[in-house]
Design a protein around this ligand. Structure first.
Ligand code: SF4
Length: 239
């Protein structure tokens, strides 16, 4: 497992609860279609209730995936941001985390425009879908291991619905681990690394990138060139 940065504040997209579920027995997750009214995580449901009263015009519910129904590329992030996806109702929309992502998706033909601002902005994704490992905003962007496991049935169902040729891109260690959990593959066989390309037992390919968070982009842990290099590799595998 990559070490967390030692001279900076820990980044939740790479360090959070890394030890709590790595290679632990796989949960008895079931395939669950996304439930926009889910309140299965008491801590997160309570946080949503509190954020609803403080963020005006807030979505403040589980955030559904965005994009094509049966995409050739599924992008998996961590969780909604409080003032981003949690407010707007679309993953990576309304805060800094989506800036590099949508700009890059547009550059590679996956998005009709380079920015995502709201549900009514007319943006369309082509052959691409964006989801999160955890559908509800967690306090301080840090979902707990139990919440990641509980929400994994939704991700499991999304992965099961993908076409056989679909590619998967995990943004950050937590997303990578959630994908492995949902696919019942051992983390030790598929270690996270930025730029890694894992051929899964069913032949599908899982790509890894550092999360395109404000923290990672502003510290240049993830630069636009590094992110585009991942999409260059995806383009080579795209069918
Ligand atoms: S995080 Fe997932 S499982 Fe937990 S309440 Fe939200 S939608 Fe439900």
């Amino acid at each position: 497992m990559p070490a967390c940065p030692t001279r900076r504040a820990p980044d939740p997209t790479t360090c959070i609860e890394a030890a709590t579920y790595q290679d632990s027995p796989l949960p008895d997750s079931r395939y669950s279609p996304f439930d926009p009214d889910c309140r299965a995580c008491p801590r997160l449901a309570s946080y949503l209730d509190r954020s609803r009263s403080t963020v005006p015009d807030c979505h403040c519910r589980p955030v559904p995936p965005f994009g094509a129904d049966r995409p050739g590329l599924l992008i998996v992030g961590l969780a909604p941001g409080l003032h981003g996806a949690n407010r707007t109702g679309r993953p990576f929309t309304g805060d800094y985390a989506g800036v590099l992502l949508y700009e890059t998706l547009h550059g590679y033909g996956y998005a009709s425009g380079p920015v995502s601002t709201s549900l009514s902005d007319g943006l369309v994704l082509h052959d691409c879908r964006i989801t999160n490992a955890v559908k509800c905003v967690p306090p301080e962007n840090k979902p707990e291991g139990t919440e990641i496991r509980r929400c994994n049935g939704f991700l499991r169902a999304e992965l099961a619905d993908l076409p056989d040729h679909a590619l998967i891109l995990a943004l950050g260690l937590v997303a990578h681990k959630a994908v492995c959990m949902a696919l019942d593959v051992r983390l030790s066989a598929y270690p996270f690394a930025h730029g890694a390309e894992h051929v899964l037992p069913d032949g599908r390919i899982l790509f890894d990138s550092y999360h395109c968070s404000r923290y990672n982009t502003q510290t240049r842990r993830l630069t636009p060139d590094m992110f585009r290099a991942v999409f260059d590799r995806i383009a080579l595998r795209r069918k």
